[in-house]
Design a protein around this ligand. Structure first.
Ligand code: DC
Length: 225
């Protein structure tokens, strides 16, 4: 049986960096499920399919080949075999992924892919997203829900964008993050919330290493090689 670690949380809660590090240090597979919704939003944009057209989006989701390749920086995202890792990180696609992921029919078409990616790993997998512990792997071995204040999350996101050499305005980053949170939390299909059996970690004031060590110590309590 594959050991599944579910890490959920809102935008900028630090999920990605922490999930990548935990997976690498334990030799587990890393699955960034947000990249799947981002790839769909990009594919829709390129195919001129509206982000509001749920039926067309569901059909598009069915026809796409979304895959991942391990890379030194975590993972490359391939859309129909083309590397779109950079293209899916723009602010436009961030908002688009949150829009396309609202629809139940879109989510159901992408569920099997997420489960397969988790289950095909040899020893264990760390999956990060919004509904991993509630929908994708409701029986995950460990569920973590990360949170942080709006301001700290916006600060992290701002740094992430500017460190990539892209321009950003803090107030706009904060507003974009709140807009996305609201959509992710209020949608009817698999909204963002902590599973009842999730371990809650408030990352405000913690450095990344502290969060990684906390998660690893929770895993070590239950993981038997
Ligand atoms: O984690 P992220 O910021 O890359 O995710 C982009 C969007 O995808 C997010 O705003 C909501 C959606 N998403 C989701 O609905 N369910 C997931 N498991 C992962 C992401």
């Amino acid at each position: 049986m594959v050991f599944i670690v579910a890490i959920d949380g809102p935008v900028g809660s630090g999920k990605s960096s922490v999930a990548k590090a935990v997976a690498k240090e334990l030799g587990f597979a890393y699955v960034d499920t947000g990249a799947i919704y981002r790839a769909l939003a990009l594919a829709a944009l390129e195919a001129k399919v509206s982000w509001q057209d749920h039926e067309a989006l569901a059909n598009l989701a069915e026809s796409l080949e979304i895959s991942f390749l391990p890379s030194p920086c975590g993972q490359k995202t391939l859309l129909n075999k083309i590397d779109v890792s950079q293209k899916i990180r723009t602010e436009e696609i961030s908002q688009g992924s949150s829009v396309v992921s609202q629809y139940a029919e879109v989510r159901s078409r992408l569920l099997a892919l997420q489960r397969r990616l988790g289950e095909e790993s040899k020893s264990g997998a760390v999956l990060e997203g919004r509904d991993i512990g509630t929908v994708v792997f409701p029986h995950a071995d460990i569920k973590i829900f990360l949170s942080a204040s709006d301001e700290e999350r916006a600060e992290r996101r701002f740094l992430e964008i500017t460190q990539r050499g892209e321009p950003a305005v803090y107030a706009a980053v904060l507003a974009g993050l709140k807009e996305r949170d609201e959509r992710d939390e209020k949608r009817e299909a698999a909204p963002l919330f902590a599973a009842a059996d999730a371990i809650l970690i408030d990352t405000d004031g913690l450095v990344q290493r502290q969060v990684i060590e906390q998660i690893k110590s929770h895993i070590k309590k239950v993981y038997q090689k």
